[in-house]
Design a protein around this ligand. Sequence first.
Ligand SMILES: Cc1ncc(COP(=O)(O)O)c(C=O)c1O
Length: 377
Amino acid sequence: MPIPLSIPNLSGNESKYVTDCLESEWVSTEGSYVEKFSEAIQDYTKAKYAIPCINGTSALQTCLRLIDLKPGEEVIIPTLTFIAPVNAIKYFYADPIFFDCDNSFNIDINQLHDFLKKHTSYKKGKLTNNITNKTIRAIIPVNVFGNTFDIDSLLELSDKFNIPIIEDASEAIGSFYTKSRHAGTAGLMGCLSFNGNKMITTGGGGMILTNDKKLAERASYLTRQAKDDKIFYVHNEVGYNFRMTNVSAAIGLGQLEQMDKFLIKKRENFNFYKELIEKKENIKLLNPPKYGESNHWFYALKTSSSYKRNIKEIIEYLNKNNVQSRPIWKLNHEQIPFKDCFHVDLSNSIELHKTVFNVPCSTNLKKEEIETVCSLL
Ligand SMILES: Cc1ncc(COP(=O)(O)O)c(C=O)c1O
């Protein structure tokens, strides 16, 4: 049997709740599970408001609409991320500007500080990139592989340069900057994804987190087709149909109930990998950063520069032996739609892209399977 990279663990109340939806015939976007799941996410993350969406990408798109991102404006983003938040910027005909990452795969905050200090100024009250002469509207940091980062330093930058943070915490449910500060709740808004490969899934789904009542109300309004009158169907703005279905939310509720168990399992498996990988000379398992408590969502292995096999060969070899693994996403500044966008020095991202790959990490992964992966390596 192949060992998959990351599959859901649906061993809790998921089928009971979904059966309840089917029997009650509340399968679409109205129904009690949507509210129950949003409240449970609020409670878990301690965000004041949680607005459900059809996926993480639509949550990010909505956040950028909420800051009224305009064509030709710029948003700061790391090049090393899944493409979803980069695409979300482009939906507004705005431009991503790409930054490097640190050794935890998160945006390089020192580099960003340096750039903002040296290359931006305020023109007509707007933070302007002096190199492109365009207005910079937001920073989207990404909790890559669920890793936390030095959020306080980023918040300091956000304050100093008056530029909001929209956290892409899609991979980071269960990651905490401090005990009471969940990933995605520190900036102006944050987004979660419940795609099938995430810590918890709703099949497909996402959530906007915010502590700002007005933004929350507007997010709810925009994601429900901007309906101003429910009886006479008056719409005074262009909205989106981004609502989560009751069936998805029912799965999500069953998943969230298992969160503590998942976190323990992810950490146990991480430690077991570590024990086995430590014996190897040319490969190491990267630790989550020291800032906060990461969820250990994806395990990242790094080869040393003297290693004679490249990532492609390793992945092909593992796949041939029924172990699913994957490289880091192709860097976004090299993707065709974004190849002409402004970027700074990206050497660390390039180096990590060449040397890092992910190995199976599902919460139902067995010890013997980890042994198989490590013996192949
Ligand atoms: C970093 C990141 N951002 C955004 C997304 C988009 O989420 P979704 O697939 O739910 O649209 C994902 C995952 O899929 C992701 O990993």
